[in-house]
Design a binder for this molecule. Structure first.
Ligand SMILES: Nc1ncnc2c1ncn2[C@@H]1O[C@H](COP(=O)(O)OP(=O)(O)OP(=O)(O)O)[C@@H](O)[C@H]1O
Ligand SMILES: CC(C)(CO)[C@@H](O)C(=O)[O-]
Ligand code: BAL
Length: 284
């Protein structure tokens, strides 16, 4: 069955009022792929009713980024939601989310200025602002976000804790292509040679994870070697960052314990990110 589609806040409020039991919510920017679908299944396991939003949020794109050309595949997205038994899709226009130029917005703080936040200044302020607005409009019990965007997930957890937002946040595992490439709506920008170069991101993470027992330097060394090679490939990978960080704060990981190895780079004009969770051995 097709989901109910709400385009306006009034339509959403009416649909929300009809929902009984618990509600799980999956915010997206559309161009849905198997990664999004896995989050919808996780949502279904955690609540009676599932809502998805589709909104390409202008606030989280910087000048010169791909807001205008971001893939918009609404009809296929609705089919995909129907296939997963999604009950409600909120698909607002820009004017619905931002009827006026917003004056009060979320400031993402120090975590929003490092790693991906340093590569995309202002990105996390815009992302958190729209996520809080969506949570306020949809009022879910549970919201599901992908671990592929690990810093985004950490920042949303932090916002929910700091601002006492009444929702439970769940992370969904990263879905990959058989060859390791993390699914991303932006993968469709890649030509075949670009895609081959992009594979270095996940390959570097695997190499780093295999060295985890030997500590941070070994992890960064192993991953860095793969990325150095990709920097001279044709087309080349332009590395934005390779970092080993604390999963909750995105500050540099200390000696032993859980860590996230996160990488981002550009192939052609396409910005791609990926990460892996690992358990660091003690530093010797
Ligand atoms: N491969 C994936 N596995 C699991 N979740 C994913 C994957 N890719 C994206 N997600 C999650 O889907 C949600 C919506 O993300 P979004 O619509 O930006 O998709 P995306 O593929 O990450 O797009 P982009 O190319 O813009 O990064 C986010 O919570 C994101 O972390
Ligand atoms: C969470 C989100 C839907 C907010 O626009 C976006 O950042 C995304 O798709 O990951
Ligand atoms: N996947 C996170 C949304 C963005 O890249 O803007």
């Amino acid at each position: 069955m097709k989901p109910v589609i709400a385009r306006t806040r009034e339509e959403l409020a009416a649909a929300r009022a009809r929902i009984e039991g618990t509600l799980a919510f999956v915010p997206t920017m559309g161009a849905l792929h198997e990664g999004h679908l896995s989050l919808m299944r996780e949502a279904r396991r955690n609540a009676d009713t599932v809502a998805v939003s589709i909104f390409v949020n202008p606030l989280q794109f910087g000048p010169g980024e791909d807001f205008d050309r971001y893939p918009r595949t609404f009809e296929a997205d609705i089919e995909a939601c129907a296939g997963e038994g999604v009950d409600l899709v909120f698909a607002p226009d820009r004017d619905v989310m931002y009827p006026d130029e917003p004056q009060v917005t979320i400031k993402s703080g120090p975590m929003g200025e490092v790693v991906e936040g340093a590569a995309r200044p202002g990105h996390f302020d815009g992302m958190l602002t729209v996520v809080l607005k969506l949570l306020n409009l949809v009022r879910p019990d549970v919201a599901v976000f992908g671990e592929k965007d690990a810093q985004q997930l950490a920042m949303i957890r932090r916002m929910v804790a700091d601002l006492n937002v009444p929702v439970r946040i769940i992370g969904g595992a990263t879905v990959r292509e058989p060859d390791g490439l993390a699914l991303s709506s932006r993968n469709r920008y890649l030509s075949e040679p670009e895609r081959r170069t992009a594979l270095a991101l996940s390959r570097a993470l695997r190499a780093g994870a295999e060295a985890a027992a030997d500590g941070p330097e070994a992890v960064l060394g192993a991953a860095g070697a793969v990325l150095d090679k990709a920097a001279t490939a044709d087309p080349p990978l332009a590395l934005d960052y390779l970092v080993l960080v604390d999963p909750a704060t995105f500050t540099p990981a200390a000696g032993g314990g859980p860590a996230v190895l996160a990488v981002a780079g550009r192939v052609g004009a396409t910005h791609l990110i990926d990460n892996v969770h690992l358990q660091l051995g003690k530093e010797h």
